[in-house]
Design a protein around this ligand. Structure first.
Ligand code: NFE
Length: 500
């Protein structure tokens, strides 16, 4: 008989997510991905100056504000008919790179690693290591305390098989703390030209209000140097430790198999072609992206039946609806977006040989095939593959900055115009669409990565990508659905974005 299992609230993700499962004979037969809050940021924008958009849309989220702000700027540049300055374009790449680094380190160490490393078990270990002794003392005192959640965020946790090697657990835990400092450093890298973080103060259509100076270039170089070293040594090796300790997760969490990317990190040397290309992989064949094929369906979403891509009319008590997330579809199909999609779209592109080499190297070190990346652990590895490529290019972008060049230029806001801003946030394809009437915002629409990945079923009852990844998974213990938690977290969901 089918049993209901809920992961609610789903912790260690951004925002309010609940996952409800039907489990029969220890196998997931149905999955329901539910966004549990409504916000309405697009409504707030209506009637305002278009120049407010890059600031207000950054408030959609504290994790990917860089991408939200830049998507808004791209939409405005198209509407105003202007191009960014060369410095402005490079600075955008550097700010995005800093945000990707911050995001991927946070995701691996602070959101996901606790699904794999054994914090509780280290109490059994003996040794004269100061770090280990301090950690054991702290956990012991927490457990003996009257705290409601002793040893949070390490405990409570779902019980199951965690990493068994002593060295592996200690290394990843040590780097968990080191990664907190790296996160701060990555934020500081963005803030060199953004003024502050997490919300950038300086971005405007055409570039930024900051000037390029040799001092700022030196700041960027020194921060990136430390970050690159941590990524190439600790992050890469720690992810390989987890990959080797949990090989079964290369055959768990297979997604919908369709991928979509909008392209990101424009390359000055290559005629502004994106480092990660734009495209669609639908039913195993590559297609050119046409955003006219994007629709948002609402049969199971808490919006009126006439809501959709251009209309968002809340209906909190709608019969049968189980999520505040809409169901975006491309040509009627669910699409996975994010690091795995970026790797899949780049792999066979002749312009992306560097990404292919980085991917092949990872496949060789893990003894896996490209197809096996479509899995829980494959999604983790995709983040490291792309970060290795991004940090190498970021060094070049910093070197190309010109202290004598302008960082912004004049522009005029037209009375009536429209524009689309398409980019890639750390979690995937991000689009902003802007309409201007009478010099003010008349319509604003955002379709963001987690809306694609965590969508509920669509009008044809086809589940979303995360729901499909859960389907068929074997759960060892219904009261400890650790497998489901690992699979969902590998997508790095952000509900603040998904229901903006
Ligand atoms: Ni709130 Fe975001 C990213 C965007 S996810 S984190 O990355 O856009 O939907």
């Amino acid at each position: 008989m089918s049993q209901k299992v809920s992961l609610d609230p789903f912790t260690r993700v951004e925002g309010h997510l609940a996952i409800h499962l039907d489990v029969e004979n220890f196998q997931i037969t149905g999955a329901y991905c539910s966004g549990e809050m409504y916000r309405g940021i697009e409504y707030i924008l209506k009637g305002r100056s278009p120049l407010d958009a890059q600031q207000i849309t950054q408030r959609i989220c504290g994790v990917c504000p860089t991408s939200q702000g830049i998507a808004s700027i791209l939409a405005q540049e198209e509407a105003y008919g202007i191009e960014p300055t060369q410095n402005g374009l490079l600075i955008r790449n550097i700010m995005l790179a800093g945000n990707y680094i911050q995001n991927h380190l946070t995701h691996f160490y602070h959101l996901s690693a606790l699904d794999f490393i054994d914090v509780q078990g280290i109490q059994e270990y003996t040794g004269s290591d100061y770090f280990l002794n301090d950690l054991k003392d702290w956990i012991r005192s927490e457990i003996n305390s009257k705290s409601v959640f002793p040893a949070a965020p390490f405990m409570p946790r779902y019980e199951g098989r965690y990493m068994q090697e002593f060295e592996g657990n200690i290394t990843v835990l040590r780097n968990y703390f080191q990664a907190l400092e790296m996160r701060a450093l990555a934020h500081q890298l963005v803030a060199v030209f953004a003024g502050k973080m997490p919300h950038m103060a300086t971005i405007i259509p055409s570039g930024v209000t900051e000037k390029v100076t040799t001092k700022k270039i030196a700041h960027c170089r020194s921060k990136l140097f430390k970050l690159r070293s941590f990524i190439e040594k600790s992050y890469l090796e720690d992810a390989l430790l987890v990959a080797n300790a949990f090989p079964e997760y290369f055959s768990m969490g297979k997604g919908c198999g369709n991928y979509m990317t909008y392209g990101v990190f424009l390359n000055l040397e290559q005629n502004n072609a994106p480092l990660f290309p734009r495209g669609v992989m639908l039913n195993n064949s590559l297609e050119t992206l046409d955003t006219e094929y994007i629709a948002e369906e609402v049969k199971y979403s808490k919006y009126t039946p006439d809501s959709g891509r251009h209309k968002t009319d809340p209906s909190p008590h709608k019969e049968g609806a189980y999520s505040w997330i809409k169901a975006p579809r491309y040509k009627g199909k669910p699409m996975e977006v994010g690091p795995l999609a970026r790797i899949m779209l780049a792999y066979d592109d002749p312009q992306c040989s560097e990404i292919r080499r980085a991917t092949d190297s990872m496949l060789q070190r893990t003894g896996r095939s490209l197809d096996e990346l479509d899995s829980c652990l494959g999604r983790h590895l995709a983040r490291i593959i792309e970060l290795q490529v991004i940090v190498r290019h970021c060094e070049q972008w910093i070197d190309q900055l010109d202290p004598l060049g302008e960082t912004a230029k004049d522009f005029h806001i037209p009375n009536r115009a429209q524009g689309a801003g398409l980019t890639e946030a750390p979690r995937g394809a991000l689009g902003h669409w802007l309409q201007i009437e009478g010099g003010k915002i008349d319509g604003y629409e955002c379709i963001v990565p987690t809306t694609w990945n965590c969508s509920p079923k669509d009008n044809r009852d086809i589940p979303g990508p995360v729901e499909q990844a859960l389907q068929g998974t074997t759960v060892a213990d219904n009261t400890n659905p650790l497998e489901a938690s690992r699979i969902v977290r590998a997508f790095d969901p952000c509900l603040a974005c998904a229901v903006h």
